[in-house]
Each structure stands twice: as C-alpha cells, then as structure tokens.
Design a protein around this ligand. Structure first.
Ligand SMILES: NC(=O)c1ccc[n+]([C@@H]2O[C@H](COP(=O)([O-])OP(=O)(O)OC[C@H]3O[C@@H](n4cnc5c(N)ncnc54)[C@H](OP(=O)(O)O)[C@@H]3O)[C@@H](O)[C@H]2O)c1
Length: 470
C-alpha cells in the first residue's frame, strides 16, 4: 500500500473549497493525471454520488469509478475509487484559517495483481504526481487564470477555413479541453437571466449555473413546459428557487412585457444570456407582422438587452451580456437591407445566418458603447451540437453529422464559461468558440462596410418601433 499525504492552504472560503472538491467532476481541472470526469448519479452531489474518471497513467488509460462514502459539509469527504489495477481511498479534510482554507488530502493506494510487488519503484513517481495534483488544486481554488488568447494552431486552422470549420464538431471541443484553465468560481447571489432555457444549450446552461449557485430567471415560451423544467432542475441540481418568466420572444410586445416585469422587480442582473433561437425553414410572419427569423434571432435580443440595460449597469462587478450566435454566420456579410428576407427568395438557413451575423456585429458595437458602463458583451457560437432545435430544423444535416456532433453540454460550455469565469469579466466585444476568441470572419468577402455597421442598430430599432407603435 502507498499512502500519499499533501496539504495546501488556499485563499478561498471553506464552503467554496468543499463544494468545488466534493463535485469530483472538477478533478479533470486540477489532477495531474485525470483526462475527464463525469457524474453518473442524478441529483446534487452528496453521500453516494458516483463519478467516472479517466486517467492517463504512463502509456495506459485507466478508468476509475469513485463513490463518495462519507460526506460531512464543510469539514470532510471520503471517496473510494476502484480500477482494474488499484483501489484508492481519498480522505479530504477542510479547515478554516482566517480568510483562508487548509486542505489536507490523503490517498491510500491498494494495488491488484502482481503490481504491489512494484510498489517501491512506483512510490517516488506517485509522490511527485500527488504533489503536482495538489499544486493544481491550489491554482484552481486560488483562481489564478489569465485572459485566453487565440492559439497559433487555431489561427492557422481559421486561415485555412476548412480546418477551422472542422472545429465546430466534437473534435474541436475535445481538442480544447487539455488547454483549459480551471473554472472554480461560484455565482452565489448573482442573478442570471437566460432565454430559451427549457431545451438544448439553454437547459444545459441553466443546470450548470444553478449548480454554481446563481439565482436564475429563465425565460421560456410555452407555459406548459414550466412545471417539467422546474422538476428537472430540482431533480438534477437540488434547486427549487428558480424563477420562470413566460414570453414568446418573437413578439416584441412580449419582449417588452417580460422586460418591464423584470425592471419592476428592480433586481440587478449580473449576466444576461440571449440564447433563444430557431431556424425557420419556411417563410412566415409573426402575429405582429415581422419576418420570424429576424424577429426572434435579432430584434428580440436587441430589444431585451436594450430594455434590461438599467439592471446591467452600475454594478460593482461588470454586468455580462452573452449573445449565442452560430458558425453559420461565417457565410454571410452584414447588409441591413438584406436582413429581412421575403419570398420567393426566402431561404431559412440564409435568414438565420444573416441574423446571427448581425447579432455578432451588434455585440461588438454594444461592447464599445457600454464599456464606460462596466458592461461586457461577448458573442459565442457553440459549434454543432445535437439539440432538439437541430433535430427538428436540420434533420438531414443531423443524420449526416450525427457521429461528430457535440452534446448540449459541450455546446453550452463556452456560454457557462463566459457567465462564470473571473477572466471572462474583463474581455468584451469578442466572439468565442471553445473558450477561445475567434475571428468573426473566415472569409474576407464577408466583412461588412463601415456604413452598414453604423446603421445596423438604427435599422433594427426602426423595425421594432414599427410593430410596437402599430
Ligand atoms: N445546436 C447547435 O448546433 C447550434 C449551433 C449554432 C447556434 N445555435 C444557437 O443556440 C441557441 C440554442 O439553440 P439549441 O440548439 O439549444 O436549440 P433548441 O433546443 O431548440 O433550444 C432553443 C430554445 O429557444 C426557445 N425558443 C424558440 N423560439 C422561441 C420563442 N419564440 N420565444 C421564446 N423562446 C423560444 C425554445 O423554446 P421552445 O422549446 O418552446 O421552442 C428553446 O428553449 C439558438 O440561438 C441557436 O440558434 C445552436
């Protein structure tokens, strides 16, 4: 048997340390050998929660199944890990020392087969690995992170276009994982508003941010989905304090009404996530008379954000606006007069891509306008994720690309990072994929003119006013 024992002291509260470490999915962010980790039991983390962790041990990949066998908030947890080659018992204790927390980590390894005969040879490597892991945990909890930059490899891929587009697949997500910085921040007491929260990326984001402690207001369209959504969130995260607002966001009157309700509550907003969206293959007008792609994908996030501005302003920490766009926008150039498509030329994918291009440009314009107000605005695109929206709007695309699509959680990862990460609060006006700033133009011919850029917001406002004043 080999027993490792390490201690670290970190600049974080006892509660934060306990929550971060006991959710053993985070092991992939700080352990020297862990490649990935998933939680395989439903509900909030607690006694009996199980995790599967894949570790690289020398040239071998080892699958470990962990279970929390003792759980004493905020004092200690004990985990039992089992693999083909060894079992490990982790005893992790937490002690508050002033504003800091001391973490004592003891790991007892019991080897199977004849491996125990090699213990002496393995011991020094194991001790080095244990020390490195605890250094990683200290960095994660001390929240030492830097602003992400475009890597040389990504810049090269984007210059060649096709490799850049290939990164929209799950391979792009997986490629980015080893380069990530830990994200140990919690959002206790922070108010996050998410549109389109009952499905796909919006649901994955809502779950992750509820787990991070945020106070959520979720805007959904269909009142019939309300109870099911609340039940899902409670069973997965244990949270029963989530606010739901009903609004058909393709209707400007509904956008105005939901904004007015939020303004009346006077609860400042720390993060606004404009996620609701759909691709309309067939041309259609909303009951207010606006073309539906333009209404939902562009006019709606514009009006919602403009109306909620007073709640995002004047905060001690920057208010964050996150606009969910799409890689599809890379094919289109902003021309305001072409944003509202009409038959017989209407094409759903093109109308969608044009609206997402415009929202990307708008994110840059808002970032500049609201810099002095301490609001950061970023756009992100999720790559290609297998969500109900893709299944219903793009069935052929889905059946061809199914094996390379991301999960909703993988697609939502950058939204969650932009909402949570300390470093994401100091960047504005960028487009992100996989937590990395990306070029908004893969093709130079899609770069808009200064004139089109300058008139974009007024163009959208005129369309909104025309239906609201009617
Ligand atoms: N999945 C991808 O590969 C991908 C790629 C690029 C961009 N995106 C973008 O990611 C965002 C989320 O999409 P998703 O893939 O997660 O699709 P999804 O599963 O269909 O989710 C879209 C959400 O938007 C809501 N929504 C649609 N129309 C609405 C309306 N009129 N009023 C209020 N809410 C409405 C939907 O509500 P209902 O359930 O009531 O319809 C749903 O909650 C969208 O902006 C989409 O354009 C996705």
């Amino acid at each position: 048997m080999i027993t490792l024992h390490e201690e670290i002291t970190v600049q974080r509260s006892l509660k934060d340390c306990f929550r971060y470490v006991s959710d053993f999915r985070t092991v992939a962010e700080w352990d020297a050998t862990a490649l990935n980790a998933i939680k395989c039991t439903p509900g909030p983390v607690g006694l009996g929660s199980r995790f599967v962790v894949h570790c690289a041990v020398g040239p071998t990949k080892v699958r470990l199944e962990y279970e929390i066998i003792e759980y004493c908030p905020w004092a200690s947890i004990v985990l039992l890990g089992k693999s083909r080659f060894f079992d490990v018992r982790d005893v992790i204790s937490f002690t508050e020392i002033g504003s800091q927390t001391q973490i004592s980590y003891e790991a007892e390894f019991q080897y199977h087969w004849g491996i125990s005969a090699l213990e002496r040879q393995l011991e020094s490597g194991m001790r080095a690995m244990g020390a490195e892991s605890l250094r990683g945990l200290k960095d994660a909890l001390d929240n030492i992170t830097s602003l992400p930059e475009v890597s040389d490899c990504t810049a090269r891929a984007d210059r060649w276009v096709a490799p850049g587009v290939a990164m929209f697949s799950k391979w792009g997500y997986r490629r980015s994982v080893p380069h990530r910085q830990p994200n140990s921040k919690f959002l206790d007491g922070q108010h996050v508003v998410i549109s389109g929260a009952n499905s796909g990326l919006g649901l994955a984001t809502s779950i992750a941010l509820a787990e991070a402690g945020a106070d959520l207001t979720l805007i959904i369209r269909n009142p019939a989905n309300r109870e099911g959504l609340l039940e899902t969130l409670e069973s997965v995260t244990g949270r029963s304090d989530i606010a739901i607002e009903i609004a058909d966001l393709s209707l400007m009157a509904d956008v105005r009404a939901v904004s007015d309700r939020l303004l009346a509550k006077e609860r400042p907003i720390d993060v606004l996530i404009n996620n609701a969206g759909a691709l309309f293959n067939d041309y259609g007008l909303t009951s207010e008379g606006l073309e539906q792609s333009f209404a939902l994908l562009l006019a709606s996030p514009t009006l919602l954000t403009q109306k909620l501005l007073p709640l995002l302003q004047n905060r001690s920490a920057p208010g964050r606006v996150i606009n969910v766009v799409s890689g599809g926008m890379y094919t289109e150039k902003l021309v305001c007069e072409r944003l509202i498509m009409t038959p017989p030329k209407y094409n759903g994918a093109q109308a969608y891509a044009r609206a997402k291009r415009a929202l990307t440009v708008l994110s840059e314009l808002w970032a500049e306008q609201w810099r002095e107000d301490g609001i950061v605005v970023n756009a992100m695109h999720p790559g290609w994720a297998d969500t109900p929206g893709v299944a219903s709007a793009l069935p052929t695309f889905r059946s061809i690309t199914r094996r390379i699509l991301r999960t909703s959680e993988e697609g939502a990862d950058t939204i969650i990072w932009l909402a949570k990460a300390r470093e994401a609060g100091s960047v504005t006006g960028k487009l992100f994929l996989d937590r990395e700033p990306r070029t908004p133009y893969l093709l130079t011919k899609t770069k808009e003119s200064a004139d089109q850029r300058a008139k974009l917001e007024a163009f959208i406002d005129t369309q909104i006013d025309s239906v609201l004043e009617a």
